[in-house]
Each structure stands twice: as C-alpha cells, then as structure tokens.
Design a protein around this ligand. Structure first.
Ligand SMILES: *[C@@H]1O[C@H](CO)[C@@H](O)[C@H](O)[C@H]1NC(C)=O
Ligand SMILES: *[C@@H]1O[C@H](CO)[C@@H](O)[C@H](O)[C@H]1NC(C)=O
Ligand SMILES: *[C@@H]1O[C@H](CO)[C@@H](O)[C@H](O)[C@H]1NC(C)=O
Ligand SMILES: *[C@@H]1O[C@H](CO)[C@@H](O)[C@H](O)[C@H]1NC(C)=O
Length: 259
C-alpha cells in the first residue's frame, strides 16, 4: 500500500529501508536496482505529511472514478444481475469456502452483480465428502461468474484445469460461468508477489472497473488485476524495465473511461 501511495505522490525517491525486492511495481523495482531507495522512512513519512493537498487530489480523483463506475453499473443492470461466487480452495484441508469479506462482497454489488447468499457462504465444502461435493456443484450451477482466489505459489500455473481439478470435475461445460473464471493475480512479481495487494487498497476504482468487465464483458477494456482463466489468460511478470516514466514524478492515478 505504501508503494502505491508513494508512487501516486511522486515520493519514490524518498522511500528507504526496502531491503527486499518483493515488490510488484516496475518503478519501485527500477529505483531498487539503481540503489536509489535509501532515504529514511521517517523522511518518507515527513514528505507524505507535506503533500496533503496532492494526497487529497489523488484520493478525490480515485473516489470520483469509483462513484462514476458504480453509478454506470447500477444503470446498466436493471434487469440482469449476474451471480458471483468469490471462492477459495484450501489445499491442506481439501475444502472450498466462499468469501465473507465485506469489501470484496461490495465490489461485486457495486459492479452490478449479486453475491451468493449468506446461508451458502457460512459453510465450507469438503471435496472428499460426496454430499459436500454434490452441494458445491449444485451451488455452482446457479452461478454466472467465479472469482477464484485460491492461493498459489506459482500463479502462472494456475489455470482453468487447476480450478476444475480443485472442484473435482473434468470439465465445466455445463456451467453458466464456463467463460468467466477470474483470478486477481494478473500482475505478479517473481511469480509470487501480487500487485493486487497494493491496487485493491489504493486504486479501488481499477478493481471495480475490472469487476465490471468480468461481469459484463465488453472486450473493450483491458483489466488491471483480473485475468480470465476460463479463456486461458495468463499472468504478466512485472519487472523494472516496465517503468515507463520518471520514477520521481507522481504517478497520475489511472481513471478508466466512465459514462
Ligand atoms: C475432508 O474430508 C476428508 C475425508 O473425509 C478428511 O480427511 C479431511 O480431514 C476433511 N477436511 C476437513 C478440513 O475437515
Ligand atoms: C510452472 O510453470 C513453469 C513455466 O511457466 C514451469 O517451468 C514449471 O515447471 C511449472 N510448475 C509446475 C509445478 O507445473
Ligand atoms: C458453456 O455453457 C453453456 C450452457 O450454460 C453451453 O451451452 C456451452 O456449450 C458451454 N461452452 C463451453 C465452451 O463449455
Ligand atoms: C468499444 O469502444 C468503442 C469506442 O469507444 C465503442 O464505439 C464501442 O461501442 C465499444 N464496444 C462495446 C462492445 O462496448
């Protein structure tokens, strides 16, 4: 989160104490590799405090974008509200569960979708238990889009087949969501660090725009964080040579088209 704020505010040069390159920002990586990230955290915080006006501008721009997108989605979806299962498989326990995290459920609602109901997300579903598995498949029959946030040590290898293996099926041709299985690990650093962890907090408008594209695909919008494994979309490996600006200048927040 600090990376993102510091990029938005043009404070990259004053970041310090970063000893790890476990960062999924091309411009932070560029500075790290050049040995330029060495100021004190205290300086960073001081600089942050002095940039309150800039911070407010960024915040206002992101917020206005989010509001515009959610209003656009609300207008569009008077009739059809796709049902979304935001779900996670725990490999060790062999169980699936559905997310209860309010901010994730809200992204779905604000994008004009509907979450599966609360009686369903209370429970975990053990794929080794035939009754649980049957119940899980029955739920999936009601779903229009899946967001699979199963942890993976190798996101690039998490494909539609991995998802199907995890729900214990050969294929999902019978499901309405067979063209819409999303993961938020599109932007990855060294195969493990997800840009999502910054973006979802600092640029929620981009997450919302991704979600709208996931639910009401136009093919006109390139998602930032989400990739559709149902369509074989892979990950993007982030590296410092993707930093396409002067790293010391503020990153203008990305504002997706709206209207
Ligand atoms: C799921 O079921 C299998 C087989 O019955 C069992 O070994 C495993 O412990 C169960 N997992 C959980 C998390 O209860
Ligand atoms: C994951 O994918 C990479 C290539 O992208 C491959 O080299 C590696 O063997 C794969 N790992 C597994 C466990 O399949
Ligand atoms: C997707 O599911 C629909 C039914 O919901 C089916 O008609 C279609 O053939 C399926 N497509 C694929 C690629 O599995
Ligand atoms: C894609 O964008 C173009 C130009 O902005 C617009 O004319 C077209 O209607 C869009 N298509 C869809 C499917 O939204």
């Amino acid at each position: 989160m600090l990376w993102l704020y510091s990029q938005l505010l043009g404070l990259l040069g004053s970041l310090k104490g970063i000893t790890s390159d476990a960062v999924a920002s091309p411009c932070v990586l560029k500075l790290l590799e050049a040995g330029e990230v060495r100021a004190e955290w205290i300086k960073f915080l001081g600089a942050f405090a002095n940039l309150e006006t800039k911070a407010n501008q960024v915040y206002d721009a992101v917020k206005a974008s989010y509001t515009c997108l959610s209003q656009m989605a609300a207008k569009r979806t008077t009739s059809f509200k796709p049902i979304v299962a935001w779900m996670e498989y725990d490999k060790n326990g062999g169980v699936w569960c559905f997310t209860k995290e309010p901010h994730k459920l809200k992204f779905v609602e604000d994008a004009g979708g509907e979450n599966i109901d609360k009686s369903i997300n209370k429970i975990t579903y053990n794929v080794s238990d035939p009754d649980d598995l049957e119940a899980l498949h029955a739920i999936l029959c009601t779903v229009d889009a899946v967001i699979d946030e199963t942890l993976s040590s190798e996101p690039q290898n998490y494909t539609k087949k991995t998802f199907l293996d995890n729900i214990n099926l050969e294929d999902n041709s019978c499901f309405a969501f067979n063209q819409s299985i999303w993961r938020y690990d599109k932007r990855v650093r060294k195969g493990t660090t997800l840009d999502w962890h910054d973006g979802a907090i600092s640029q929620p408008n981009l997450v919302l725009a991704d979600m709208i594209e996931a639910l009401f695909s136009t093919g006109n919008y390139t998602t930032s964080y989400f990739r559709n494994i149902a369509k074989g979309e892979g990950v993007i490996d982030i590296s410092s040579d993707m930093c396409d600006r002067d790293a010391s200048l503020p990153l203008v927040p990305t504002i997706p088209a709206c209207g």
